[in-house]
Design a protein around this ligand. Structure first.
Ligand code: TRP
Length: 367
């Protein structure tokens, strides 16, 4: 796994060990509950499963020192539900803790990484992706979305402060750069790390940073931002890590070039329904066998969509899970439940996405 490629089945326990992160434990959930009430279902269900220094963020918060949130998007394609997952959780954190969010759009990264992507494509994807972000209900007064190419004047100073401390050999060790890598990509990590310190720089005082993101981005925080922070006099950024929503077809990666592997936010609800119906299941080959032995929700894409993102109701999801394991619920019936939920979600999201066109400029940070 690298920030640019996630292959095969992910062993999350191994990542926690290798990256030296901590599991999200009950004591942490209790602490969250004390401040903001019932924790988000993604926390309880371990969709967000790992963290680094989240306790420290809460220590600071308890002393009246508010943190800010930082997350981002590389605009290399259309938005699918897997992208929305950490953003939905980020919106919850913003709302409950009433904090600012800096949202970085790495149009430079994607343009340089993929030789086949044109400037125009990256710019179009940026716009479309930002509509999806805004549609999730972020606070316009407290949310700052910026594209690197448009905000580079502010970002450049912090990036060069960082870059100055990182040798090519370190960057190579972390990100696997080769002699054939283009030099833009070699500099790029300093830009992704720079946002960790951006509000501190803008406001002239240290502000704690919490990054909700999928765990594949951890190299930037562990390898760069946290190493450099003390040298530049900033706090080390804290992280909270999510798992990946599986592709609808097993063993495939969700991808814009294989539309059947994912539900895109702009899919017609009926198209999404068909995709769910053809998804990989944890059901048995025949109804008789299924009734007798039960299905396996752990590998069932329809179930995972409900569990990880679509069904907030804990009671409902455990009923579905139990019925499926017991063989009372057939995989066709499970898919029907997931398809209905998906259609409702998409209709609502698409409506909000349309109105995001009107509020777009309120969210954008430019030099
Ligand atoms: N590199 C990320 C991507 O390819 C985009 C990104 C920038 C990001 N800053 C981030 C993602 C912070 C998560 C958190 O999608």
């Amino acid at each position: 796994m690298t920030p640019w490629e996630v292959k095969g089945e992910v062993d999350y326990d191994r990542l926690v060990r290798d990256f030296g992160t901590s599991y999200i434990e009950q004591s942490l959930l209790d602490r969250v509950e004390k401040h903001v009430g019932k924790p988000h279902f993604m926390l309880k269900r371990k969709v967000f499963f790992s963290h680094r220094d989240f306790n420290w963020i809460l220590d600071k918060y308890e002393k009246g020192e508010k943190f800010f949130l930082y997350t981002g998007r590389g605009p290399s394609g259309d938005t699918h539900l897997g992208h929305l997952l950490p953003w939905i959780f980020t919106q919850y954190l913003q709302e409950k803790f009433d904090v600012e969010l800096y949202f970085q759009i790495t149009d430079d990264e994607k343009y340089m990484h993929d030789r086949t992507l044109t400037r125009k494509q990256v710019s179009d994807f940026s716009y479309e992706n930002i509509l999806d972000i805004i549609a999730l209900g972020f606070d316009p007064e407290k949310t700052f979305i910026f594209k690197n190419t448009e905000y580079i004047k502010t970002m450049y100073k912090i990036s060069t402060d960082i870059a100055k401390h990182i040798t090519f050999s370190t960057a190579k060790g972390i990100f696997g750069f080769q002699n054939s890598s283009n030099i833009g990509m070699i500099f790029f990590p300093s830009l992704q790390a720079a946002t960790c310190f951006l509000p501190s720089e803008l406001k002239g005082k240290n502000i704690p940073c919490l990054i909700p993101a999928a765990i594949d981005q951890d190299d930037y925080w562990r390898g760069i931002a946290r190493e450099i922070a003390p040298k530049l006099g900033y706090y080390k950024p804290a992280q909270i890590h999510s798992k990946f929503l599986p592709a609808l077809q097993r063993g495939e990666k969700m991808s814009a070039s294989k539309p059947n592997t994912a539900i895109f936010t702009t899919d017609e609800p009926e198209v999404a329904e068909k995709k769910i119906k053809s998804a990989f299941t944890g059901g048995r080959d025949t109804i008789e066998e299924h009734r007798k032995h039960g299905g396996n929700p752990d590998i069932d894409s329809a179930f995972q969509y409900l569990y990880m993102i679509l069904e907030e109701d804990d009671k409902k999801i455990s009923e579905i899970e139990e019925d499926y394991r017991a063989g009372n619920l057939l995989s066709g019936e499970l898919k029907q439940i997931a398809a209905e939920k998906t259609k409702v979600f998409l209709k609502e999201h698409q409506r909000k996405r349309e109105s995001a066109k009107k509020t777009f400029d309120k969210f954008i940070l430019r030099d």
